[in-house]
Design a protein around this ligand. Structure first.
Ligand SMILES: NC(=O)c1ccc[n+]([C@@H]2O[C@H](COP(=O)([O-])OP(=O)(O)OC[C@H]3O[C@@H](n4cnc5c(N)ncnc54)[C@H](OP(=O)(O)O)[C@@H]3O)[C@@H](O)[C@H]2O)c1
Length: 241
């Protein structure tokens, strides 16, 4: 089967918000023939986000709540692929970090996917896979992103561990660099523009990433049946700088 029709008729669960990277994956997988279940903390917000898009149903899940994950599994029955983009990043210098914010980051991006694997793994059809999310901060240590780095590092290790334990279900991760998804809006328009300009100047790709760059990598991870236990760095080479 070619990669172009590998998602035809497959059910793909994509967890995240109705915009940014999750949305780009939802639309790309749908356009590749998949039936999409877009799930997040607010199914209502997702329904509104995808109101004009055919082939997408919405569901509720909070990845920090095991009962919510188990209930989603019951409602889904079986599924082919699971993508989790859920993230609650704890940015800031050491002095700014609280136990609560760091735990929330781990709970969302590491323990959440671990529990998704526990509850949804037995529901994955033959040939299915998980795609998790890491991030360049794990590979490029900097002051101000320590909690993001250790969360992403744990997500990478989780990916390799699950690939072995869940085999032959494949488990991969994507590690984005700086992607313009709105995730940086807290910096303010000027702060964001300055940060994006510096990143584009410094990284080998000489540009900021976009959500479609990441969706293309996610589709590769979903469809390449010899790829497992890998974190794909789609970061414009930022980790090398
Ligand atoms: N954008 C970048 O530059 C960048 C860089 C490196 C890595 N990444 C990673 O790439 C992924 C997608 O990034 P993004 O920028 O498109 O989105 P994002 O801003 O990181 O959004 C992640 C979304 O996860 C959802 N979420 C949070 N807690 C959740 C929970 N307990 N259960 C279910 N969903 C939850 C939230 O959606 P709701 O608020 O709608 O619930 C949140 O908006 C993330 O894992 C991110 O860390 C992004």
């Amino acid at each position: 089967m070619s990669t172009t029709d590998a998602l035809q008729g497959r059910r793909v669960l994509v967890i995240g918000r109705g915009s940014g990277i999750a949305r780009a994956i939802v639309l790309a997988a749908r356009d590749a023939g998949a039936q999409i279940v877009a799930a997040g903390r607010s199914a209502e917000a997702l329904r509104a986000a995808y109101a004009d898009e055919p082939g997408i149903t919405t569901e509720t899940v909070d990845v920090t709540d095991d009962a919510s994950i188990a209930a989603l599994g019951e409602r889904l029955g079986t599924i082919d692929h699971v993508v989790s983009t859920a993230s609650a990043r704890a940015r800031g210098r050491l002095a700014d970090l609280t136990r609560e914010s760091v735990l929330n980051s781990f709970n969302t991006k590491v323990i959440g996917p671990l529990m998704l694997a526990k509850h949804l793994g037995p529901r994955i059809n033959e040939g299915g896979s998980f795609v998790l999310f890491s991030g360049v901060a794990a590979f490029k240590i900097a002051v101000g992103t320590m909690a993001v780095a250790i969360t992403n590092g744990a997500a990478d290790t989780l990916t390799r561990s699950l690939a072995v334990e869940l085999a032959p279900i494949r488990v991969n991760a994507i590690s984005p660099g700086v992607i313009d998804t709105g995730a940086w809006d807290a910096l303010g328009e000027d702060g964001k523009a300055a940060m994006f300009a510096k990143q584009a100047q410094d990284n080998p790709a000489r540009r900021i990433g976009n959500a479609d760059d990441i969706a293309a990598a996610a589709l590769f991870a979903l469809t390449n049946t010899f790829l497992t236990g890998v974190t794909l760095a789609v970061d414009g080479g930022e980790a090398l700088t």
